[in-house]
Design a protein around this ligand. Structure first.
Ligand SMILES: *[C@@H]1O[C@H](CO)[C@@H](O)[C@H](O)[C@H]1NC(C)=O
Ligand SMILES: *[C@@H]1O[C@H](CO)[C@@H](O)[C@H](O)[C@H]1NC(C)=O
Length: 346
């Protein structure tokens, strides 16, 4: 897809089965993780979170009903009270101090306060047919993709399709790398998180928040690969795009002299291999299933929407009370930094 604008492509495609794409502004940035570390204040590393405002320190799948407890959402589709989050990107200057990298809205969503773009797909993004039947997530469903403790390329390969795109402009979508880009990116670094697409059909969660879902047994989601018999139910491909605006940090004279990374996840990872994302399903009623069954692409007429102004108004209280803006001597949580001694290749 080199050189081809995704947005241009989306505009010329004929109406098809079901792919929805929408923006969600920032709900909050805090050291909280109700999936992996429920009840822990603060959690080990900083997250950036979008979605419904029932987001809290603890969100037990049995009792925390996201659509019922939320009064607003930061998402364009106002029936989506799910929560989605990733780690936060930091720049490390030559003098060893860190600064949080801001997030920017994508083209067509200008005015959105940070956040991410969310996709739910029946088939590969560029498959204009979107014919496959997918089963939407059940209430209480949650999952985690990636692993915050991974520091090697070999381990990172266990997760398919967690990647980065060095963005020249808003249309840049390739190439994708599984480590951080090693040269300055004019517009920013896009982090891509694609979740597994096969579900065991029974459990809304599992002890590691991963074993109840998996990848196709042959091929890939993109190639229409079959789900394994242990996880026979095809669920939508959930994908998150986060654009980290690195434009203020592109002068290589400011980058560390040791040749190591200038960018770090809030986990302390300077390689990019620890990329991970969390999902707590929270669509109201059967709204997601209806959208996935409908003849629509990118937009979904049957879904209620709200304005960017309304999206931006939805927030949650800061319960951690930690300073993470301006130049910091250490990452929030004093996370040790890890990186390769030499500049790693993409
Ligand atoms: C978060 O949970 C606490 C403790 O259960 C509760 O008091 C508070 O109202 C909740 N906050 C939100 C925003 O729901
Ligand atoms: C460290 O470097 C950054 C970027 O060059 C600069 O803005 C900041 O003031 C420096 N901090 C210290 C303590 O020197």
């Amino acid at each position: 897809m080199q050189g081809t604008g995704l947005l241009a492509l989306l505009g010329v495609l004929a109406p098809v089965q079901a792919l929805i794409r929408f923006g969600c502004s920032q709900l909050t940035v805090q050291r909280l993780d109700p999936l992996v570390n429920p009840g822990l204040v603060p959690s080990p590393h900083l997250h950036q979170i979008i979605g419904g405002n029932s987001f809290n320190v603890t969100m037990d799948p049995g009792s925390h009903d996201l659509p019922a407890l939320s009064t607003c959402t930061t998402c364009q589709f106002s029936e989506d009270f799910s929560n989605y989050w990733t780690a936060v990107l930091f720049f490390r200057a030559k003098n060893g101090t860190f600064k949080r990298v801001p997030q920017i809205a994508q083209q067509g969503m200008e005015g959105t306060n940070g956040g991410m773009v969310v996709y739910y797909m029946s088939d590969a993004l560029f498959d204009t047919a979107q014919k496959s039947k997918v089963t939407a997530f059940k209430p209480g469903f949650r999952m985690l993709v990636g692993d915050a403790s991974i520091t090697s390329r070999a381990s990172a390969r266990k997760y398919r399709q967690l990647s980065y795109t060095c963005m020249e402009n808003q249309a840049s979508r390739s190439p994708e790398t599984i480590s951080f880009p090693k040269t300055p990116c004019k517009l920013g670094i896009m982090a891509n998180h694609r979740f597994p697409t096969c579900w065991d059909g029974k459990n809304v969660d599992s002890p590691n928040h991963q074993d109840h879902v998996t990848y196709p047994v042959t091929g890939s989601f993109e190639s229409g690969g079959d789900c394994p018999s242990t996880h026979p139910v095809k669920i939508p491909q959930l994908m998150l795009e986060t654009v980290w605006d690195t434009s203020a940090f592109n002068n290589q004279k400011d980058w560390p002299e040791d040749g190591g990374s200038a960018f770090f996840w809030s986990t302390g990872d300077g390689t990019g291999f620890s990329s991970h994302a969390d999902y707590l399903f929270g669509w109201k009623g059967d709204s997601l299933q209806r959208a996935m069954d409908a003849h629509s692409y990118v937009t979904a007429n049957m879904l209620k929407t709200q304005t960017i102004k309304e999206q931006n108004k939805c927030t949650v209280p800061d319960v951690v009370g930690e300073k993470f803006d301006g130049w910091l001597k250490a990452l929030p949580g004093d996370n040790m930094i890890t990186m390769k001694p030499t500049r790693f290749r993409a």
